[in-house]
Design a protein around this ligand. Sequence first.
Ligand code: PLP
Length: 366
Amino acid sequence: MIPLVDLKKQYLSIKKEIDAAINDIIERTAFVGGKDLKNFESRFAEMTGAKYAIGVSSGTTALYVSMIALGLKRSDEVITVPNTFIATSESITEAGGRVVFVDIDEETYNIDVKKLEKAINKKTKAIIPVHLYGQSCDIEGVIKVAQKHNLKVIFDACQSHLSAFKNEPLGKFGDCVCYSFYPGKNLGAYGDGGIITTNDEELARKMWMLIDHGRWNKKYEHDIEGYNCRLDTLQAAILNVKLNYLSLWTRKRQEAAAKYNKLLKDTGLILPKVADYASHVYHLYVIRLKERDKVLKILNDAGIQAGVHYPIPLHLQKAYEYLGHRNGDFPAAEDSCLSVLSLPMFPEISDEEINQVVAVLKQAIK
Ligand SMILES: Cc1ncc(COP(=O)(O)O)c(C=O)c1O
């Protein structure tokens, strides 16, 4: 069996360090807040090119807290894309906003900046572009439109740790950048976790307060009402160990992608297209093909855990029926949902595993 992601292999490669970090937290009973969390936050901020990083309980809460901190109000509209995990749009609704979709570029699968302006009106407050699969969107293009219309920009980088735009780390851009540490992500916790980065000191302080009952350093003094959505210290300690390996693991993902590219180049399959401004960190290696479902079944039957990200665009999900969209509203996103296929991708994937995936895939498309 070749899994889509092999978390066990990764754990075994750093078991001693991880076990020691977990034991240390338990021995010290240092479960909430503290130096491990602060240390992780500042290291993560530095590695992603931002001034501040606020650890939170998941990527979903990262998005939600960012919107609340930026002052989203009831009936404000927030723009995002239909080909993302529902957390992106869900958090808009949860924060009191209204979801507005914009179609994607068919080659990069990221927001189509050319279509952005048409979706903006007086109610538009923010844009949440997604850096999907590990590749940054056209950040400059988005920011230009956002500045023209005075909109906030929250980047959903839940799949794009250590990705870059024109060689600059993602933390340099936008009001906030949100990351997920869901276990299968490029930097994954051993449970749920997430983080928000920003370069705005006041905003950072507000977010630290929001995620910890609206207080600042004093246990029972609350300046505002907040929530409890802190990042667990146990997770921060694990992530501190894993952060040491993230650059190496990213390179290994890129090497694995290069191997797939080489082996699949004359097959007629559509391979990942890396925009000239982007550096791709291959959270997912996504190809595109006709008769995707048949090929997926052949791969799965052969013990290869390929997947689909995502099979149904959000505007056609039952959850968004109330928006009144129909098939054809966002054709590029709809086409991608019918034809994308994610092949096994993780830093530890071996050459033999890649060869095996490719052999079955080539046989399947014959
Ligand atoms: C693009 C995207 N946005 C948001 C999320 C939500 O992150 P989490 O699962 O940590 O809440 C995820 C991950 O699942 C994601 O892939």
